[in-house]
Design a protein around this ligand. Structure first.
Ligand code: HEM
Length: 379
């Protein structure tokens, strides 16, 4: 679909086949990001990752994210932070549960996610400060007023300094990108489960069986998710119906490119509609229904290789925060589902739960999700 918005030409990619063509086969032909004035002001004139064109700077930053800041190892090492913050949230909900009223689950989820993210981000900066700043300080003192760049133009220290400076940009991305997507995913999962009580019962049975056997403190990591197959399917189904980032960021090519027989002129903005792809009726039966069972017997995953399910995008611009984001999502969900039964307030019937979407960069619920928590006591 082509749209002319103001002065700009846009192509919206809405099917898994076209997504594969743009994000895989022709990915290298769309390395640019269009100029976005507000983004450029907020994000240091494109010195971050999200709004940088593919190039040396982006490559360095992405590598830093994938191998350092958001690597699997780092995500694992941040488990205590997640557990502590999720634990505090459970206590808070447990305290509220005594009163029998509803809690604003949406608000609580956004708050806890921001808490986890800021502890992660500041932890990272402190770590860098701990190792590098004293060295820099000492050198500046020794050289008395010379700039380090003047003295060591191609020194390892410059690389370190660059890394440090750009890392502050990276952390900004982390705040913006990480802040919303994970709580949005949990909010939609809980909404769909409230709307479909038999799925709620099924997933709680699985989660409770898991924790009753292993103890409440058991860790839900990727390896153990093999045992929580239904929970994993529930999350996949939520990502299919409600990808928090419904649209990709726009990409552009410097040259005219022919994709699947269509000519895409240079500087046309290509936007992939991840929301429409997840509901494509030629790939999904009953596409608008919440049916986690559809994932039980397939190996379709959300990691960017199955083009009918792309909540994290695909190709070079795939989300580097996938491990981090899903760790937060699974940790929150497993605890919410294990520790509480949930009821809708004001005698709302499951089928009447409002599922309207908010319009924005990340698609959350339009109205906050209020639920009544009832503590579960293990037998
Ligand atoms: C459930 C959680 C998340 C979802 C669904 C999600 C989704 C996405 C999607 C769809 C993209 C690609 C957009 C495109 O195609 O242009 C993306 C990119 C990105 N995400 Fe995430 N994200 C999540 C969590 C995170 C977290 C936790 C972080 C960081 C801590 C993060 C950092 C980024 C960054 C830096 C990019 C830009 C990558 C690039 O341009 O090369 N995301 N995310």
């Amino acid at each position: 679909m082509q749209l002319k918005l103001g002065e700009t030409y846009n192509v919206v990619v809405s099917s898994p086949e076209s997504a594969r063509a743009f994000l895989k086969t022709h990915d290298h032909e769309f390395p640019l990001r269009p100029y976005m004035p507000s983004a450029s002001i907020i994000f240091y004139g494109g010195k971050d990752i999200v709004f940088s064109p593919v190039g040396d700077h982006w490559r360095r930053m992405k590598k830093l994210c994938t191998t350092e800041l958001l690597s699997e190892k780092r995500v694992r090492s941040l488990r205590p932070v997640r557990e502590e913050e999720v634990g505090k949230l459970m206590k808070l909900i447990g305290g509220e549960a005594g009163g029998g009223g509803a809690v604003n689950l949406s608000r609580l989820l956004f708050a806890v996610s921001n808490m986890i993210t800021s502890r992660t981000a500041f932890g990272t900066i402190r770590e860098l400060e701990g190792s590098f700043l004293p060295v820099i300080h000492q050198i500046v003192q020794t050289l008395g007023g010379f700039s380090i760049g003047d003295i060591f133009p191609s020194n390892r220290l410059l690389i370190v300094l660059n890394t440090l400076i750009h890392n502050t940009h990276t952390v900004q991305d982390v705040f913006v990108a990480a802040g919303d997507s994970s709580p949005i995913a949990v909010e939609w999962t809980m909404s769909e489960l409230m709307k479909n009580p038999e799925k709620m019962e099924k997933v709680q049975r699985e989660v409770r069986h898991f924790f009753d056997k292993r103890g409440e403190g058991a860790v839900v990591d990727e390896a153990l998710l093999n045992e929580l197959k239904y929970l994993k399917s529930v999350v996949k189904e939520t990502f299919r119906l409600h990808p928090p980032a419904a649209l990709s960021l726009p990409r552009e090519g410097p040259e005219t490119v022919v994709v699947n027989g269509y000519q895409i002129p240079s500087r046309t903005r290509v936007i992939v509609n991840y929301w429409a792809i997840g509901r494509d009726p030629s790939h999904w039966t009953q596409p608008n229904q919440f049916i986690p069972e559809r994932f039980l017997d397939t190996c379709i995953d959300y990691r960017g290789f199955d083009f009918q399910l792309l909540p994290f995008g695909s190709g070079r611009r795939v989300c580097p925060g996938m491990n981090y984001g899903t760790a937060v999502v699974y940790s929150l969900l497993a605890n919410l589902l294990y520790r509480f039964n949930w009821e809708l307030p004001n005698q709302i019937k499951p089928q009447d739960l409002d599922m309207s979407e908010n319009f924005g960069g990340a698609i959350s619920r339009k109205k906050n999700l209020y639920l009544i928590p009832i503590p579960y006591h293990a037998p």
